[in-house]
Design a protein around this ligand. Structure first.
Ligand SMILES: [Fe+2]
Length: 300
């Protein structure tokens, strides 16, 4: 059955693109790989996804697009038919993509109004083994969204896009996988928006060194360091100059994609942070507000 198999990239619209560009390239540890038509692209060097972040100048800070991968053109076409049948608004039908890296894909709005792309045959980039103590991201780990109907969004990702349920925390946070990583997508209640994008660090030591680098560069830790229970991954949350939340994580659990049985964790502080070491908490993260780009399609 055709399904989404990975996260590709997040496209951000940013009022201060210079600051965001400097942050990703000089602080966060991504590598700027291309600039074209006002779009700036960044790769995570530990993985061969051609790019993981795309920036564009705009009057407001919002999400242009979240791009997901599937395996073949046939999968793109099959997923398009399913999304269309589910009644979602289509931005464009499957076609050759003209942006950096090309490929074949389509875009649609979630029922919350966030823009998604599903593609195949995008050109691969290069990757290299990260050096010890380099403390830079290997790849995108996961993306967390808020939704006014987070149960419906969760079900859409399962029924239409082929994700599988990994766990719930209470009835307020769902964790969804599209491969052997415990989660690539998660949903929380709230106004329609992105909560954060997480990046895998090679291990917990590298995450701690990454936190130290950000501290030296005057980027405040919003919440962490700690270790979550669902997915057993370490966490540390920051915000970019334009106000988007980002996370360094490590050691996200690998599961048997076919047979993992979902659990429901009772919400409790030691579930959110099993070490109990994190300073801050959800209350020190940016307050969720409806994305200002809902149901507005980016031009590219
Ligand atoms: Fe996270």
């Amino acid at each position: 059955m055709s399904r989404v198999t990975e996260i590709r990239y997040v496209g951000y619209a940013t009022p201060d693109i210079d600051a965001e560009r400097k942050f990703y390239g000089e602080v966060w540890g991504l590598k700027e790989v291309h600039e074209q038509d006002g779009l700036v692209y960044f790769a995570a060097q530990g993985h061969d996804e051609l790019y993981v972040v795309r920036l564009r100048q705009s009057h407001t800070a919002h999400i242009d697009v979240v791009s997901l991968a599937t395996e073949t053109r046939g999968d793109v076409d099959a997923l398009f038919e399913k999304v269309k049948a589910a009644g979602n608004q289509i931005i464009f039908e499957p076609r050759d993509l003209t942006q950096f890296g090309g490929g074949y894909g389509f875009r649609f709005f979630s029922t919350d109004g966030l823009s998604f792309e599903i593609s195949a045959e995008v050109r691969r980039g290069t990757s290299r083994p990260l050096e010890p103590r380099e403390a830079i991201p290997e790849r995108i780990s996961h993306i967390v969204f808020h939704s006014p109907d987070h149960r419906a969004q969760t079900q859409f990702f399962i029924d239409v896009l082929g994700f599988r349920l990994s766990d719930w925390i209470g009835d307020f946070m769902s964790f969804l996988r599209c491969n052997t990583a415990h989660h690539r997508i998660a949903f929380l209640p709230g106004p329609p928006c992105l909560n954060h994008v997480a990046y895998d660090m090679p291990n917990v030591d590298e995450m701690m060194r990454g936190i130290a680098r950000l501290k030296r560069k005057d980027v405040d830790l919003r919440w962490g360091p700690g270790r979550h229970t669902a997915g057993n991954n370490t966490f540390s949350y920051f915000t970019t100059p334009n106000g988007f939340a980002v996370e360094y994580t490590s050691e996200l659990e690998q599961v048997d994609d076919a047979s993992w049985e979902p659990q429901v964790y009772e919400p409790a502080p030691h579930i959110m942070d099993q070490w109990g070491t994190g300073t801050g908490g959800p209350q020190t993260m940016p307050k969720p507000a409806a994305d200002t780009g809902l149901f507005r399609a980016a031009e590219v």
